[in-house]
Unconditional design. Structure first.
Length: 324
């Protein structure tokens, strides 16, 4: 039985990517609220992974298929974008050693998105955490008992509160892991329970209020509390709403959701190039107009890359995986 497409999740992916674009484009409207885009991205990731793969949990023979799908989703497009970006720098005569710290180790870390890799694509640092989470999810395929999977998150939970530190990489103590875990809780709730509209509205607007409040006044600096929990509330409201009735999402946000990964990877590149190209027009066009022109062109280019590169590449690789 095919999974129903949750348009709220699809649109949420696009909105999360758009929020991150606003951060790097330096949109000041609504203060620091756009910084929650990365947190929303991780909460969504936790939900999506469980939504897509939960029927395979407990079946270790499905691990290969799961890992293949995750690898082809992340790496090929990332490699293409890196190759294109570095190729552009070669044409411009720039020294590529600036991107990988003049050593092979830095280059390998960049190619495979290892933790603390030198940044060619500015936003790629978060993908290392995403990949670690994907590997942890393998535990759900191997062990039927959920406690084995959830026990991993004891370490980041204690670490981000400063209660306990093991002599291992600090990458394992990041709040992103707890946010992804919250996304899995949303899935469990979606799968087993329904909530009434009063609770849905309370969660949705309560989450927005908390994000807005933290954007202007944050007496608490813990990102899990000021961004992760509100994003969890908003996602829970959205999937609870869609479980009750079909949500009609404007097509633009669905397209943006499809192109969200490309937008996430390319927006800093496009914004930088556009800034360099249009800097001479700053005196003739108001700054705020140029800001939204840059954002609009960046989104358009990302959508073009999605349809011309990412979509056909994914289709080919997934077909190849089925034949293997």
């Amino acid at each position: 039985m095919a999974r129903p497409i949750l348009e709220s999740i699809q649109a949420g992916r696009g909105i999360a990517a758009l929020m991150i674009v606003f951060v790097h484009a330096e949109v000041t409207f609504l203060g620091r609220i756009w910084g929650a885009g990365v947190d929303f991205f991780f909460v969504l990731s936790g939900f999506i992974i469980f939504y897509v793969h939960h029927q395979d949990f407990g079946h270790h023979k499905k691990i290969g298929r799961y890992l293949y799908r995750r690898i082809v989703r992340i790496y090929p497009v990332y490699w293409c974008i890196i190759a294109g970006y570095l190729g552009l720098h070669l044409l411009l005569g720039n020294d590529l050693r600036d991107f990988y710290q003049s050593n092979t180790q830095g280059l390998i870390k960049t190619i495979f998105l290892l933790p603390a890799h030198p940044l060619v694509v500015l936003t790629s640092w978060t993908l290392a955490y995403e990949l670690i989470f994907y590997l942890v999810v393998v535990l759900r395929f191997v062990f039927k008992f959920r406690i084995v999977f959830y026990s991993f998150f004891v370490f980041p939970f204690l670490g981000i509160w400063g209660w306990y530190v093991l002599p291992i990489s600090k990458e394992f103590y990041h709040h992103f892991f707890i946010e992804a875990l919250l996304g899995t809780f949303v899935f469990s709730f979606y799968q087993k329970r329904s909530i009434n509209f009063l609770v849905i509205y309370s969660l949705f607007f309560g989450g927005l209020f908390l994000l807005g409040f933290a954007a202007y006044y944050s007496p608490i600096q813990n990102p899990l509390l000021i961004r992760g929990i509100p994003c969890f509330m908003i996602l829970l409201a959205l999937v609870g709403w869609e479980k009750k009735q079909k949500i009609k999402i404007p097509r633009f946000f669905l397209v943006l959701g499809n192109a969200s990964y490309v937008l996430y990877l390319t927006h800093t590149i496009f914004l930088s190039l556009l800034t360099a190209l249009i800097i001479d027009s700053q005196g003739f066009v108001p700054t705020w107009v140029m800001l939204w022109i840059r954002i609009g062109i960046t989104i358009t280019l990302a959508i073009v890359v999605h349809y011309c590169l990412e979509k056909p590449l994914l289709k080919f690789l997934r077909k190849l995986g089925k034949q293997a």
